[in-house]
Design a protein around this ligand. Structure first.
Ligand SMILES: Nc1ncnc2c1ncn2[C@@H]1O[C@H](COP(=O)(O)OP(=O)(O)OP(=O)(O)O)[C@@H](O)[C@H]1O
Length: 252
């Protein structure tokens, strides 16, 4: 703080408050009375076996699907749907738009001026600087995913929801893009679905595991230290061990 100068306060984004959320498809209850809170500015990784209900939960939080009952609201008491950037499992790139046009699509739809420098910076950071004019059909699966990540980051929303965003990337690119996400999403409220315990422990402040039928959330695991953690960080390894033990217990 500068003496007699302005106090530079960091404005925290809103967190997410989920209260008594229940989801049923016919007689099948996916989860029941799920309640939890993600504090503003925290990066939470959500894990759990396939089909347990992770994507459904993320879509409900993002306002893309309806819960049977329960509420989702910002920790500031206001709705969050218009403050979210959402990246789903499918990259949803528009096939007739090139990479640059896809990344800046949100601005186009809102009829805003396009921040060309920001889009170019992101495309460079995800390794697509020579692909601005390429159509999605001419990209590999990993490239498409990187374009979708750039599009999500372009939005600069206070809350970011991501469903397995790095799954199609090779190990080296994945590590590079994880570093980029940790850097650019620092200070935002993030909920990331991943099947990769290492990824969760590299990036998350807290880890939540959804398990059982109907699914419940266990006590969150807190990972000490600042993301992105190096793979040989003892805190990462400790949390990864804790997570794997939990998976084994849940499978019994
Ligand atoms: N629209 C729907 N109608 C009926 N059942 C559905 C619908 N959407 C999801 N389900 C069911 O809800 C359950 C949870 O699905 P969901 O996609 O949320 O799981 P997940 O944990 O994200 O799985 P994965 O890790 O494989 O992506 C599954 O049994 C799925 O078949």
């Amino acid at each position: 703080m500068l003496a007699n100068g302005p106090v530079l306060e960091k404005v925290l984004p809103p967190g997410i408050r989920v209260d008594n959320l229940t989801l049923r498809f016919d007689a099948h209850t996916i989860f029941e009375s799920l309640s939890f809170e993600i504090r503003g500015g925290e990066f939470v990784a959500l894990l759990g076996s396939s089909g347990v209900g992770k994507s459904s939960l993320l879509k409900i939080i993002g306002g893309l699907a309806k819960a049977t009952s329960g509420t989702v609201i910002g920790t500031d008491g206001l709705p969050i749907q218009n403050r979210i950037a959402y990246m789903g499992q499918q990259d949803l790139l528009f096939p007739w738009l090139n990479v640059f046009e896809n990344v800046t699509l949100g601005a186009r739809l809102r009829r805003e001026k396009i921040d060309k420098a920001w889009a170019e910076h992101l495309l460079e950071r995800v390794g697509l600087s020579t692909r601005h004019k390429t159509l999605p059909s001419a990209l590999s699966g990993g490239m498409r995913q990187r374009a979708a990540i750039a599009r999500t980051l372009y939005e600069r929303r206070p809350i970011v929801l991501m469903d397995e965003p790095f799954s199609a990337l090779d190990a080296i690119t994945r590590s590079m893009v994880q570093d980029l996400a940790a850097e650019l999403l620092e200070g935002r409220t993030v909920l990331l679905i991943t099947h990769d315990p290492m990824e969760a422990c590299r990036l998350g402040h807290h880890l939540m595991v959804l398990s059982g039928h109907p699914a419940k959330l266990g006590t969150p695991i807190t990972v000490a230290g600042k993301p992105p953690r190096s793979p040989d960080d003892p805190e990462l390894q400790k949390s990864q061990g804790e997570l794997l033990r939990l998976f084994v217990e849940n499978a019994r």
